[in-house]
Ligand binder design. Structure first.
Ligand code: PAF
Length: 275
């Protein structure tokens, strides 16, 4: 695997490559990321990954400073998963001056669910992913469904801005007890880790209670949030939404149930497509 810390070096290496599959990450890689890399190999001749902890998508009181930087272990994982090129710029390379031009998601997508709790988060994501797409120029880019709203926002961004890249969503990888793999799971204490699978279990219970043709989910959402709260969680939201844009569903829409909740000082998110 070639490691590139400059845009010029990466571009020179990719110039002769016909088809590139790209997996952007913030590092601290786990099996979920490795699965994305392996799936990427089925889409292109060459897989490019990036590792960059993107300050602009973190709020002022969020975990940018303590986000785990595990570069050597990440490189080993990427190499084992068949990644040919790693782009790992420092902040000065990707943001040589304070960013003044941004890609702003549609307000309807930006201000709900994750966006309601984390204002500005998606603008940071769409801006850095646009920069990375312009640098890597991939034909296909893969993202995990664990960040379901991120995937929806990026799909819409690529479509509306006519970006010549196919966005592929990949299934969530879970631990045996159901907990969705996440870089933030490493923050959990042993007791919190034992409690953490309740988030996925609560979503499964809620999904099982949804009836065909139903369009008012407020009682189910409230009951699920109460279950979490009764076990020491602080839920930000539990919501049944339509998959296409995560807005309120109409009867017949394909559905997904999403939740975000804090356990101790760790904020976890998860989701489950229904049906
Ligand atoms: O999902 C992530 O790890 C990040 O949001 C991404 C897409 C790499 C942008 O920084």
């Amino acid at each position: 695997m070639q490691i590139h810390t400059t845009i010029a070096s990466l571009r020179a290496a990719l110039a002769p490559v016909a088809r590139v599959a790209f997996v952007p990450t913030m590092g601290n890689l786990h099996e979920g990321h490795a699965s994305l890399m392996r799936q990427a190999r089925g889409h292109a001749d060459v897989v490019v990954a990036s590792v960059f902890v993107n300050r602009t998508q973190f709020g002022p009181n969020e975990d940018f400073d303590r986000y785990p930087r595990t570069f050597a272990a990440d490189c080993a994982r990427l190499e084992a998963a068949g990644v040919a090129h790693l782009f790992a710029p420092d902040e000065a390379e990707l943001y040589p001056q304070p960013q003044q031009y941004f890609v702003t998601p549609a307000a309807a997508h930006d201000t709900i669910l994750e966006g309601a709790t984390r204002p500005g988060h998606f603008r940071g994501v769409t801006t850095v992913v646009s920069k990375l797409f312009n640098i890597v120029q991939p034909q296909v880019a893969l993202f995990g469904k664990k960040d379901y709203q991120q995937l929806m926002v990026l799909r819409n961004m690529a479509a509306e801005l006519n970006m010549p890249v196919e966005i592929v969503g990949c299934e969530i990888v879970r631990a045996e007890d159901g907990l969705a793999l996440s870089s933030r799971n490493g923050y959990l204490t042993a007791a919190e880790r034992a409690e953490a699978p309740r988030l996925a279990a609560t979503l499964r219970t809620l999904a099982a209670a949804v009836r065909p043709g139903q369009s008012d989910f407020s009682a189910l959402e409230a009951a699920a949030a109460q279950t979490l709260a009764a076990h020491g969680w602080q839920p930000d939201y539990v919501a049944v939404r339509r998959r296409a844009d995560l807005l309120a569903p109409a009867p017949g829409d394909a559905l997904v149930v999403l939740a975000a909740a804090r356990l101790g000082s760790t904020r976890l998110i998860d989701n489950l497509e229904i049906g």
